[in-house]
Ligand binder design. Structure first.
Ligand SMILES: [Zn+2]
Length: 259
């Protein structure tokens, strides 16, 4: 959709001051092993050279805004490479959440209209939309495993094979089946915990209950937590930790020390 805006821009190194401010605001990035931080900086610069940012509703795209989004977006592909994001160029940033008008037709042909409040949205082969307020909130909400940028970019990774099914493109049908077996089991177990918490006064889940709405949302919400609070995530989702490590590359891969 924004393909005509693609320009051939040189990759420019990120200035020190800008980079240090980023690490101060997003401590979960600063806490990563040194080798990963170096790679994060390098990939962020490449990301900035190949993506187009658009401000909406009066949002002004400054260098810190673009860098905050770039650095969080490249975290999932540190070991996979930026080619995973080469099916789109545009990133639309709003100052705050966006009210989206939705229309769905049910099985009886009845049309339902409703409003949905969005902190972000990812479109198949299209742009990513983000609320800047929510992007920034990630700096102080890693404890809860919250990160809207990672959430939306995981949807992009999920949708690369054309379906948002909680499974990224994998090399074989067998790998796909193995992935879905683990993901579905974890999703069902999580859904049950959310139902017990919400309907029967059970203990609230640590992971955002929004992950219980659909398997692709579970994948996105789980990855937010996996990338920003690995230790806490590991306590609740051990089988998923191994699955995600296998795909994204465990800490320690590519010369980085364990975090
Ligand atoms: Zn989502």
């Amino acid at each position: 959709m924004f393909g005509w805006l693609r320009k051939h821009r040189a990759v420019r190194a990120i200035p020190d001051g800008l980079w240090q401010d980023l690490l101060l605001h997003y401590p979960f990035l600063a806490a990563r092993p040194g080798a990963q931080i170096l790679k994060l900086r390098e990939l962020s610069a490449q990301f900035l050279a190949t993506k187009e940012f658009h401000g909406a509703n009066g949002m002004v795209i400054t260098d810190p805004v673009a860098l905050a989004i770039a650095a969080q977006a490249v975290l999932p592909v540190l070991n996979l490479g930026l080619a995973w994001y080469d099916d789109f160029v545009g990133i639309v940033v709003h100052p705050d959440e966006v009210l989206a008008r939705r229309t769905v037709t049910d099985e009886h042909g009845v049309v339902h209209r409703y409003d949905e409040v969005l902190a972000g949205e990812a479109m198949d082969r299209g742009p990513v939309m983000l609320s800047w307020r929510d992007v920034q909130a990630a700096g102080s909400r890693a404890e809860q495993g919250y990160n809207v940028v990672i959430h939306e970019f995981i949807h992009k990774i999920d949708m690369r094979d054309g379906t948002a099914d909680g499974c990224p493109p994998l090399p074989s049908r067998a790998a796909h089946n193995t992935w879905l077996a683990v993901m579905q089991a974890e999703y069902q177990a999580f859904r049950e915990k959310v139902i017990v918490a919400e309907r029967f006064g059970g203990e609230p889940t640590w992971l955002d209950p929004y992950g219980a709405t659909a398997i692709d949302e579970f994948f996105a919400v789980a990855c937010e937590a996996y990338f920003v609070n690995r230790q806490r995530f590991a306590r609740d989702f051990e089988p998923l930790l191994a699955l995600l490590d296998g795909f994204f590359g465990a800490p320690g891969v590519n010369g980085a020390t364990a975090s």
